[in-house]
Design a binder for this molecule. Structure first.
Ligand code: SIN
Length: 520
C-alpha cells in the first residue's frame, strides 16, 4: 500500500480544519483531506456570526455566564473559560488573515442573538461563515506548507498500538491512498443529514463521529441535538436558515392569529436560548394544529433589513416574499450537534495522536445547549489550541497500515436506507421525545444497520459510506437519549416532563407581570 507522509493531517476543510492547518503549518507540512470542494462546509453557511466580548460594556465574565445559562448547567467550566477568554484574540487573528467584519465607525459592529445579555456578535452582514471561509481558503491557498486534496473521502483512521497514526482515503481519480502523520485532526463538521429537515449542507453526514467510533474514541452528549427555531417554511426553499440575528434586531414570533406567543413561555421572549424558543414553537404549532409560526419583521425599516440581512432579503425576494411587508413562515429544523468526540482543552481525543475540533468535537463548552454564535468561536479557539498542543508530536513507529475493506452498497439502496433513517430520526428524536419513541427509533436504526450490512457489495461510491456513517452516529444519538434520565437543555422527553431544565425561566428572577403581553 502506498503511504504518503505529512507532519499533520486534517480531515475536513471548514473553519476548524483550516484554522488547525494554518496554525500547524508553522511547525511542519500539513495535508488537508476534504470530501467535496474546499469550501463545502457548515462554516460556509453560517449566517449569524462569532460571539466575543469586545464591546465596551461587555466582559468575558458576562459571556461566560451567558454560555453557562444557555448550556443548562452542563457546560464544562474550564472549557467555557478558555473559550470566552480567547475570543477577542481569535477575532483579531481572523482580521489579520483578511476576514472583513461589519464596522460602526472604527469599531466592530456587534449584533445580538438569543441568550446573550450584551450585543457581542461580530458579523459580516448575514453571511459571516462565507466571509470567514473565504479568508481562510485564500490564506491556505498561498501557504506553501498546506496541501489540499479535494474529493478525498476518509474511510478509516489508522491506529497502531492504540495510537492514531494516519488515515486511509478514497481520492477521486487516484483511488485508495493512505497517509501517515505525527497528528491527525478530525474536523468533519456535523451530522444534520440524519434528519429530514436541517440547515446543514449535504456534506454533514457524521463522517468524523463514525470514524471516531470505529477507532474506539470516546463520544458523548449526542442526545443534545440543537434545532434552530427559525428556518423557512416554504416548499421551494425548505430549511433555509432565518438567522437568529433577525430576532436580535427586534423580530417577533407570532402564531397564525398574530399573537406574540413567546409571552406564554419565557420572560426572555424571542431571545431566550434556542432550546426554549424551539420548544415553544413546537408546542404552539401542536396546540393550534398549524404547520408553522411566523417571524414578523414588518415594524423594522426596509433599508435596515436590506442592509443588515442582504442574503435573507434576496432569498425571500426570490420566492416572492417581501419581509418588510409580510411575516416570514418559519419552523424549527435540525441545526447543530452539541455532542461529539470528547476532547480536552487542547483538542486531544481519547486516542493519542487523534485530535478533534469544531462541530464534530465535544469540548464541553456547549453543555446541554449551545449559546448562539459560540460555534465558529469554538472551532477557532480549540483548533488553535490543538495545533499548539500537537507541535511536538512525533511519528509513531508504524508496523503496518491495516487494509480497509469498506462495504459499499448500491446508491439506490443507500438512498432508500438514508430516507428511512431520516424519517425515523425526525419522528422519534426531535425537539420533544418520548421513551417509546426513542426505543422504537433505536429498533429502526439497528434494523437499518443490519439491512445495510447484509446487502451485496457494490463498487466504491461516497453516498453509501456516508449513509453508513449517519446510521452509526444516529445510533449513538438515540442510545445517549435513552440513557438520559432527566430533561435538560435540548433533551426533552415528555415522559420525564416533570423535571425542570435549569435554563428555563424558572431559574431566573421573574420581573413583575412578565406574562403581560402589551399587545393584548
Ligand atoms: C444563526 O444565524 O441564527 C445561526 C448562528 C448559530 O448557529 O450560532
Amino acid at each position: 500500500m502506498q503511504i504518503e507522509r505529512f507532519d499533520y493531517l486534517v480531515v475536513g476543510s471548514g473553519l476548524a480544519g483550516l484554522t488547525y492547518a494554518l496554525k500547524a503549518s508553522q511547525y511542519g507540512q500539513v495535508c488537508v483531506l476534504t470530501k467535496g470542494e474546499v469550501s463545502d462546509s457548515n462554516t460556509n453557511d453560517a449566517q449569524g456570526g462569532i460571539a466575543a466580548a469586545v464591546g465596551e460594556a461587555d466582559s468575558w465574565e458576562l459571556h461566560e455566564h451567558d454560555t453557562h445559562i444557555a448550556g443548562a448547567g452542563l457546560c464544562d467550566p474550564e472549557a467555557v473559560r478558555h473559550l470566552v477568554k480567547h475570543a477577542p484574540e481569535a477575532i483579531r487573528w481572523l482580521i489579520q488573515i483578511g476576514a472583513r467584519f461589519d464596522l460602526t465607525g472604527d469599531d466592530l459592529a456587534l449584533g445580538r442573538e438569543g441568550g446573550h445579555s450584551r450585543n457581542r456578535i461580530v458579523h459580516h452582514a448575514d453571511k459571516t461563515g462565507w466571509e470567514v471561509e473565504r479568508a481562510m481558503v485564500a490564506a491556505a491557498r498561498v501557504n506553501p506548507k498546506v496541501s489540499v486534496y479535494q474529493h478525498s473521502f476518509v474511510t478509516k483512521l489508522q491506529t497502531s498500538n492504540g495510537r492514531c497514526v494516519g488515515v486511509t482515503a478514497e481520492i477521486e481519480g487516484l483511488g485508495q491512498r493512505s497517509f501517515e502523520a505525527r497528528a491527525v485532526m478530525l474536523a468533519t463538521g456535523g451530522c444534520g443529514r440524519m434528519y429530514q429537515h436541517t440547515t446543514n449542507p449535504r456534506v454533514a453526514t457524521a463522517d468524523g463521529i463514525a470514524l471516531a467510533i470505529a477507532a474506539g474514541a470516546e463520544v458523548k452528549n449526542m442526545e443534545f441535538m440543537q434545532f434552530h427555531p427559525t428556518t423557512l417554511y416554504h416548499p421551494q426553499m425548505r430549511s433555509f436558515l432565518i438567522s437568529e440575528a433577525l430576532r436580535g434586531a427586534g423580530g417577533t414570533l407570532r402564531n397564525h392569529i398574530g399573537r406574540r406567543f413567546m409571552y406564554d413561555y419565557d420572560l426572555r421572549l424571542e431571545l431566550a436560548p434556542r432550546d426554549v424558543v424551539a420548544r415553544a414553537i413546537e408546542e404552539e404549532m401542536k396546540k393550534h394544529e398549524t404547520w408553522c409560526v411566523y417571524l414578523d419583521m414588518t415594524h423594522l425599516a426596509p433599508d435596515l433589513l436590506k442592509h443588515e440581512f442582504p442574503t435573507i432579503y434576496a432569498r425571500l425576494h426570490q420566492i416572492g416574499l417581501e419581509m418588510e411587508k409580510e411575516w416570514i413562515p418559519v419552523v424549527p429544523a435540525q441545526h447543530y450537534s452539541c455532542g461529539g468526540v470528547v476532547t480536552d482543552l487542547e483538542g486531544r481525543t481519547s486516542i493519542p495522536g487523534l485530535y478533534a475540533a469544531g462541530e464534530v468535537a465535544c469540548t464541553g463548552v456547549h453543555g446541554a445547549n449551545r449559546l448562539a454564535s459560540n460555534s465558529l468561536l469554538e472551532a477557532l479557539v480549540f483548533a488553535d489550541a490543538a495545533a499548539f498542543a500537537s507541535k511536538n508530536a512525533s511519528f509513531a513507529n508504524v508496523i503496518a497500515f491495516q487494509d480497509d475493506p469498506y462495504h459499499c452498497i448500491s446508491e439506490a439502496e443507500s438512498i432508500r436506507i438514508r430516507r428511512s433513517l431520516q424519517r425515523a430520526m425526525t419522528a422519534g428524536v426531535g425537539i420533544v421525545r418520548s421513551s417509546d419513541g426513542l426505543r422504537n427509533t433505536l429498533g429502526v436504526v439497528n434494523g437499518l444497520v443490519e439491512e445495510y450490512d447484509s446487502l451485496p457489495f457494490s463498487p466504491y461510491s461516497q453516498h453509501p459510506l456516508e449513509t453508513r456513517n449517519l446510521l452509526i452516529a444516529a445510533r449513538s444519538v438515540v442510545e445517549s437519549a435513552l440513557r438520559r434520565t432527566s430533561n435538560v437543555g435540548l433533551h426533552f422527553n415528555q415522559d420525564l416532563a416533570s423535571e425542570v431544565s435549569p435554563n428555563n425561566s424558572a431559574a431566573l428572577p421573574s420581573p413583575p407581570a412578565w406574562r403581560q403581553n402589551p399587545e393584548e
